[in-house]
Design a protein around this ligand. Structure first.
Ligand code: MTE
Length: 319
């Protein structure tokens, strides 16, 4: 892993930076490369207009590594207007409007299970964690992708506080769920609360982030306010939103999409252009805002950092 240089808050990516190539080049992104081809099944609708209304977040440091010259930041209005958040709607362009009345204050995240120091984090505790900016590619299993300047903190920082006990192997995550606030969840076809999980070493990996913001401001509700997971080398559905519970366990936890359709969605769900979804190819993707298809990268381009986690594993079996 490269050592992140300390960057002053003035280096945090503001919303209009995608217009400013040189600044973006300085900010940098973690990348890699692999090439394959095929076609994508998805028809994509334009995102509705959404404003960046969050509060500024003070960012303490930012990572830096090589940049892929073809990677540009996605527009804020795409990131915050084209969403998967089935608690509110299965229609991407309908999520933002419906999520606006979602109550995210006060908020508590219970962190417990097989740990020495279980804690209940308040919103202030979460927002008080030392924040960093990370620009990551985000690849949805459906075949679209974005490049997002997240603000947040490594999940490892939190796990180090609670101290997993000997025998801990996995971490389970649970989203907030309230039928009153999320009446349309009933029509989504999946069970709630939304559940996700990681192996403990994946959870401790420095790339694994708990995001509290994007584009230098607090997270829009539709993107999983106040705190969501971001695991950039895995398909987007692993990045569970609006987390209320984090439980360290000694077994692989149940996850929503795997439970809903185990043939199509595995526990690991690492981005892998060589393992197709049963109903479509994963070899290419469409970056939101572009018309052309681009090759999907193994581990979404983060192979150098994460491939070792899967040494000796058959990635067709553990998909
Ligand atoms: N988390 C919850 N609680 N509910 C969801 O429906 N959708 C997942 C993931 N996290 C989802 C969720 C999927 S399928 C994707 S692709 C990403 O969130 C989308 O994140 P975004 O809307 O910020 O792009």
């Amino acid at each position: 892993m490269p050592n992140p240089p300390n960057l002053p808050p003035s280096e945090v990516t503001p919303e209009d930076v995608f217009l400013n190539r040189r600044k973006f080049m300085k900010t940098a992104i973690w990348v890699g490369s692999t090439i394959t081809t095929s076609s994508i099944y998805q028809t994509l609708k334009p995102a509705p207009k959404v404003e960046n209304t969050g509060k500024d977040i003070v960012v303490s440091a930012s990572p830096s590594k090589s940049i892929a010259p073809t990677d540009e930041l996605s527009r804020f209005q795409d990131i915050a207007g084209y969403n998967n958040f089935y608690e509110f709607s299965t229609q991407k362009s309908a999520v933002a409007a419906r999520a606006q009345s979602f109550v995210t204050k006060p908020w508590t995240v219970q962190v417990g299970g097989l740990v020495q120091n279980p804690i209940a984090l308040s919103l202030d505790d979460i927002m008080g964690m030392e924040a960093i900016e990370r620009i990551y590619r985000f690849r949805c299993v459906e075949g679209w992708s974005m490049v997002i300047p997240w603000v947040g903190f490594p999940l490892s920082k939190l796990l180090e506080q609670v101290k997993p006990k000997d025998g801990a192997t996995h971490v389970a995550f649970e989203s907030f769920f309230d039928r009153q606030q999320m009446p349309y969840a009933l029509f989504s076809g999946i069970p709630f609360p939304y559940l996700e999980g990681l192996r403990l070493d994946e959870a401790m990996h420095p790339l694994t982030l708990l995001a509290t913001g994007l584009y230098g401001k607090t997270l829009p509700k539709q993107n999983g306010a106040p705190v969501r997971l971001v695991v950039p080398w895995k398909y987007g559905f692993k990045s569970i939103k609006s987390i209320v519970k984090i439980t360290v366990t000694d077994h692989e936890p149940v996850t929503t999409w795997n439970r809903a359709n185990p043939r199509e969605y595995g526990f690991y769900s690492n981005v892998n252009p060589t393992v197709d979804h049963p109903r479509w190819s994963q070899a290419q993707e469409r970056r939101i805002g572009e018309t052309r298809l681009r090759p999907t990268l193994m581990f979404n381009g983060y192979g150098e950092e994460v491939a070792h986690l899967y040494d000796g594993m058959d990635l067709r079996r553990y998909f």
